[in-house]
Design a protein around this ligand. Sequence first.
Ligand code: PMP
Length: 331
Amino acid sequence: MQQPAATTQNWTNSFSAAIGDTPLIRLSTLSRETGCNILGKAEFLNPGGSVKDRAALGMIDAAEASGRLVKNGTVVEGTAGNTGIGLVHICNERAYPCVIYMPDNQSPEKAQLLQTLGADVRQVPAVPYKDPANFQKQAGEYASTTPGVFWTNQFDNTANRDIHFRTTGPEIWRQTDGLVDAFVTACGTGGTLAGVSRYLKQKNQNIQIVLADPMGSALYNYVKTGLPEISKGPSITEGIGNSRITGNLADTLIDDAVQVQDLDMINVLYKLLMKEGWYLGSSTGINLCAAVQTALKLGPGHTIVTMLCDSGNKYQSRLYNKEFLQEKGLA
Ligand code: PMP
């Protein structure tokens, strides 16, 4: 039977097409406490469950457009989490095998999830970035020694920040009617912050761009002093913080940085869960604390936008496990 043409604008026709255009949610408790509008971009509603669906889509689309990824090609990335999840979904949609290198110290749920989605998961020893056996380096090595393999290279491939320039930035501008005073977010690759900063600064250079950083990362010191010196850690957050300035983050206008302790991150997440029903991940807790600090600094009447990067689902055994928190002295 012939299928009718899928032309109505009310339908979304693919996984890729369902990425982005996420709601902007006013968080009433934090807004009341600060006298500001604290608005969160609900990235956990992307079809793969996180903000990284955007980066995965941006990098695959750019690789196809440039001819670096062709039919029957393989995609490889070094990732412990959300980027890998986004990539596997899109690789399935477009019939590319997907190879994921990840450090072997990650929670078993992550490797299992990637395998369930269809990735060829390769767990390698958790060693620092400078070691050639590091998971990111091994992903790059695999691509450079195997024909037909494309390394998405999320940290330094600026197709990552470009999609945030093309989508996240304009969405925030439109959803706030241009009345955004500050944009606050943590950085892993820096793609989100760099893309949104470039868009919003072009619209209004007075919009404050604030980097939220967990302990044990070098980015707070980088913004404050120009030197990426690692601060005292550790942090139980995942997917954020960095010891180096990536290709995505380089040459980005950043007005300020806020450092957030894990205990404050946990408190804000449990407060939002108990008072408003939002079940959110650790990087979002860092973002919310930094958004509140930014609101207090700017004073009442301002509008602060941040990212609700993913939900609490992947963090049940740690962040949302009282025994784990007690063990870490964070209960
Ligand atoms: N939050 C979570 C949960 C993530 O997985 C990531 C990406 N690693 C980020 C925030 C940071 O996003 P970006 O890589 O765009 O800086």
